[in-house]
Design a protein around this ligand. Structure first.
Ligand SMILES: [Zn+2]
Length: 603
């Protein structure tokens, strides 16, 4: 009774309590004063093509409908522009992409035939981090109807996705981004089904992500930018960006991004009054005492996904504590700089892509670690911080004082392979795992489908020490295990697919199919079915068989007795003792925990 009462009481409290005054406004660290040259990019207030964000002096960002209306009007007035829908969200919104082409080449083939570089800029994968949308709207306008930057389209094509996570964008409120300095109201991080699209590049659950991957395959851009806003530490940089380094899956592309793209973009941003920098993730998660870390994560993230599929991909993280105006104008300067650079660099960038697409490394890293050797020290344009005691937690917290300081910090790079897999000649997948096959095909991975059954000598993994995650994550219950190699002669039925790794997306296939890879379909839980043994034995059948087994096989008997001595749980459980012996009969389910994706080493 008491418990019911307290539940009722707390729900009543929740229903009637208004949030206190203190919760109405986030208390952010001091603003660093900024007065950059990029303010010249803003259209004057009386310009008929002023964007909604400019109109508000960057206090607000337009809603989905207002954005689409404004873009439709622009596209109607600018023959160089066309809007296409990449697909619909679960709530029925179109995911729009604007194609900007001087030649009006509005199909993938026609755009490629222009010979000009194709730059894809994507905003709003996390819809509260929407700087790219308002920057892109200004740039599209200036390249067309406002006649300020028409020359940009002489040299390059732009594909612009103003809002990727469209439903999330319309979960619009003043409380979507507690650590961010504007705009006044924003969208939300996750989709209508609470999926984080920047965890979905590998597994492809969300319709939005499926639409994007189709577009990447169709339009085949030369360079892809995924534009975010950070959370986390305070520092001086306003526009930070990064990519997977040369240790990764596309070393030639990474070298180009490091040696050509970065210095050019940084120079142009500085000219416009911005403070570009590398991605800044504090090692300890809060300040710079332990330095910053350069992550190499799995292909669930855009930047690793791009690297694995040899698509030059840059993750942009504008700094959340900088005012919205500064962030949007910095993004504009960044996009313009990319367009100008690509004109000069098309050939070299495309050569780098071809080189990486033709690589066939035999050992493929599945995960990464920071080497033991002492890290390099770098100069960081930081903001002074101090550790102060907390009255609330009894511990301490980091306070940012707003004073710019340059400090030397360790730069830890996660650039050493931790686990690797040997590249097989091919993978084989039986048709029962159609959901996985369908997703591999959606990535653009080439495969051959059997029209008649075939027997193949393969290597397979028996998954041992399997462990389910305690919590679901992104709609999946994850699983890990230790793969133990077995040799099998396996008959694959018609409808099975064979995936040769001798293709540009071969490494992607490895990362999606090797169960030691954190972004494999196995670890995401697409093969949970194999964890249940099926078919059962009755005690009265197993008892006499067990007696005969132990009598016949002295080695087995010794093993059994040893096991009983070392495993007290087993020793106390009569049923488990019989099961232990049952597992050593051919009647036991041989498919139990046998990962059904097979590796063919030699054809
Ligand atoms: Zn983000």
């Amino acid at each position: 009774m008491r418990r019911e009462w307290s539940i009722l009481w707390s729900s009543l409290l929740f229903a009637v309590a208004a949030f206190s005054q203190a919760t109405q406004q986030a208390v952010l660290p001091p603003d660093l004063k900024w007065n950059g040259k990029s303010q010249e990019l803003m259209a004057p207030k009386n310009d008929p093509w002023i964007t909604p964000a400019e109109q508000s002096d960057f206090t607000r960002t337009p809603r989905y409908d207002e954005t689409v209306q404004w873009l439709r009007k622009l596209v109607a007035a600018a023959p160089e522009l066309k809007m296409i829908s990449l697909g619909k969200s679960p709530e029925g919104r179109d995911i729009w992409m604007v194609i900007a082409s001087k030649e009006r080449a509005f199909t993938p083939a026609a755009l490629r035939a222009t010979g000009k570089p194709i730059f894809l800029a994507q905003a709003g994968i996390h819809s509260g981090e929407i700087d790219g949308k308002d920057a892109g709207m200004m740039l599209l306008r200036d390249m067309t109807v406002r006649h300020k930057k028409r020359d940009l389209l002489d040299g390059a094509n732009l594909l612009f996705i103003p809002i990727f996570s469209v439903d999330a964008h319309e979960r619009f409120s003043a409380v979507g981004r507690i650590n961010q300095r504007g705009p006044a109201e924003t969208g939300w991080r996750t989709t209508a089904s609470n999926l984080n699209l920047n965890r979905d590049y590998a597994k492809l659950d969300a319709p939005e992500m499926r639409a994007l991957i189709r577009a990447l395959n169709e339009w085949n851009p030369d360079l892809y930018f995924d534009i975010h806003v950070t959370d986390g530490a305070d520092y001086q940089y306003d526009i930070t960006f990064g990519h997977t380094g040369r240790h990764g899956y596309s070393p030639t592309i990474a070298a180009w991004l490091d040696e050509v793209l970065r210095p050019n973009l940084e120079r142009d941003l500085k000219v416009m009054g911005h403070i570009p920098g590398p991605l800044v993730f504090p090692v300890n998660g809060r300040d710079f005492q332990s330095g910053i870390i350069d992550f190499t994560a799995g292909p669930r993230f855009s930047n690793t996904y791009g690297d694995v599929r040899h698509l030059p991909t840059v993750l942009v993280e504008n700094h959340s504590l900088k005012p919205y105006k500064q962030r949007v104008l910095g993004t504009y300067a960044l996009l313009e700089s990319v367009m100008r650079l690509l004109v000069k660099e098309t050939r070299k960038l495309r050569e780098a892509v071809v080189a990486d697409r033709n690589r066939r490394p035999q050992n493929i890293p599945l995960s990464w670690q920071v080497p033991k050797s002492p890290p390099a020290m770098i100069d960081l344009l930081a903001v002074e911080s101090k550790i102060v005691p907390s009255k609330i937690t009894g511990s301490d917290f980091v306070q940012w004082t707003g004073k710019p300081v340059t400090i030397k910090v360790p730069y830890l790079r996660m650039n050493e392979p931790a686990l690797t897999a040997r590249r097989p000649h091919s993978y084989w997948i039986p048709p029962a795992w159609s959901e996985v096959i369908e997703r591999l095909a959606l990535h653009g991975i080439q495969m051959e489908t059997l029209t008649a059954p075939r027997e193949v000598e393969v290597e397979m993994y028996r998954m041992t020490e399997t462990k389910l995650a305690n919590q679901p994550f992104e709609g999946h219950v994850g699983v890990t295990g230790t793969p133990v190699v077995e040799r099998h002669k396996r008959r694959f039925p018609a409808g099975s697919v064979r995936i040769s790794t001798d293709q540009p997306l071969g490494e992607l296939a490895v990362l999606l199919l090797e169960p030691n890879s954190a972004d494999s379909f196995y670890q995401w839980g697409f093969f949970l079915e194999i964890m249940t043994p099926t078919e059962y034995v009755e005690e009265y059948v197993m008892q006499p068989m067990a007696e005969r087994m132990l009598a016949e096989d002295a080695k087995l008997k010794a093993e059994f007795e040893q096991k009983l001595k070392s495993d007290s749980t087993l020793a106390k459980n009569p049923q488990e003792k019989l099961q232990w012996l049952y597992r050593r009969t051919p009647f036991f389910d041989g498919e139990w925990n046998l990962y059904p994706v097979a590796r063919e080493l030699k054809p």
